[in-house]
Design a binder for this molecule. Structure first.
Ligand SMILES: [Mg+2]
Length: 342
């Protein structure tokens, strides 16, 4: 068994601004397990360092689990020790990749999923000044859905941003405040944003220990608001039930939850509670994006544009063009190095 951790410095095409800060580049660690690949995308606001991710991947406890029978990934992954979620996700993806490769089939096929059933993906417009947002919306021509980042620090400016995008764009618009608004501000701003016909509002309020905040927000809002989607507030399946009745849906990301196995559990829990499911991503390479994309036919909303923001993605796999998802047909994840077109 060959194990390797590859640190990536992903350079962004343009500075990417969200309520947690502005990024010019992001780090990821790609985990190689023989021919299997997985990615730990390290969003700075979750505080996992490359060193912590690599030390998990190379720990004796993890290596011992991986020396088991990988033809039954469900059991192998259930035995993985707890650790930083992005690193667990990388290990989970690589095990799934090897499993699919051994059986000669793409994961979505092994799961009985039809990639043509995937919803259209949104394109993200980061926090920016008015002229830049105007230009980015114009460049997004042909995309069916835009996800607009809010939480600039000035709720009035956030409302103006949504009004501007709605003036320029006929398609679906969703917004993501990345935890920026206190509950009373969110309760005031969301009904005003609702006038611009939004698909949903993602993570309006602070996430840490804030189950109560979601329930207060729901009580404060009038009926018939756009659906509320929890992102930072929901990392793993156990986070979902306390939010029943307060949120309408959840945003699943492999780097948050620890991989495909936990993501599938989350989809089941959310469905059981009548919630909608969004599949999102971090800024990451085609390894992490492609792994997530195998689940796309199971969800309602797709936000898998993270690799499109990167100039030096060393891998190729799933790609989103004007919102439509195209899956590779190779076995396992179907990811290959850039430049290897075979
Ligand atoms: Mg989000």
């Amino acid at each position: 068994m060959k194990v390797e951790a590859e640190l990536l410095e992903l350079k962004l095409k343009a500075p990417f601004g969200i309520a947690h800060g502005v990024s010019y580049s992001r780090q990821s660690v790609v985990f190689h397990l023989d021919d299997g690949l997985g990615e730990a995308a390290l969003a700075p606001y979750y505080g996992v360092t490359p060193e912590a991710a690599i030390s998990y991947m190379q720990s004796e406890a993890v290596l011992e689990v991986l020396s088991g029978d990988l033809s039954a990934p469900e059991h192998v992954l259930a035995a993985l020790p707890d650790g930083p979620r992005p690193a667990m996700a990388a290990v989970d993806m690589a095990v799934h990749d090897l499993f699919g490769r051994a059986l000669g089939m793409p994961l979505y096929r092994l799961w009985g999923l039809d990639p043509d059933r995937a919803p259209m993906s949104s394109l993200t417009i980061g926090l920016d000044d008015e002229d830049t947002i105007r230009r980015k919306v114009e460049e997004a021509e042909g995309w069916p859905i835009l996800k607009v980042k809010l939480g600039s620090g000035d709720p009035e400016a956030d409302v103006r941003t949504v009004r501007l995008v709605r003036e320029l764009f006929d398609g679906g618009i969703c917004v993501d405040a990345n935890s920026a608004w206190p509950v009373d501000v969110a309760a005031d701003v969301i009904p005003r944003l609702a006038e611009y016909d939004l698909m949903f509002v993602e993570q309006p309020i602070p996430w840490k220990g804030n189950v109560d905040g979601w329930h207060r927000l729901r009580e404060a809002l009038p009926p018939d608001m756009p659906p509320l989607i929890a992102d930072e507030s929901v990392h793993v399946a156990a986070d979902i039930p306390p939010l029943a009745g307060a949120v309408d849906g959840i945003n699943i990301k492999l780097a948050k939850c620890g991989g495909l196995r936990e993501a599938r559990r989350m989809i089941e829990v959310a469905r059981t509670l009548g919630m909608s499911v969004m599949l999102g991503c971090m800024v990451e390479s085609s390894v992490g994006i492609t792994a997530a994309a195998h689940l796309a036919p199971m969800v309602d909303y797709l936000d898998l544009d993270g690799n499109l923001l990167v100039t030096n993605d060393p891998y190729r796999g799933a790609r989103v063009e004007k919102g439509r998802l195209y899956m590779p047909d190779g076995p396992g994840l179907g990811v290959r190095p850039a430049g290897d077109e075979g």
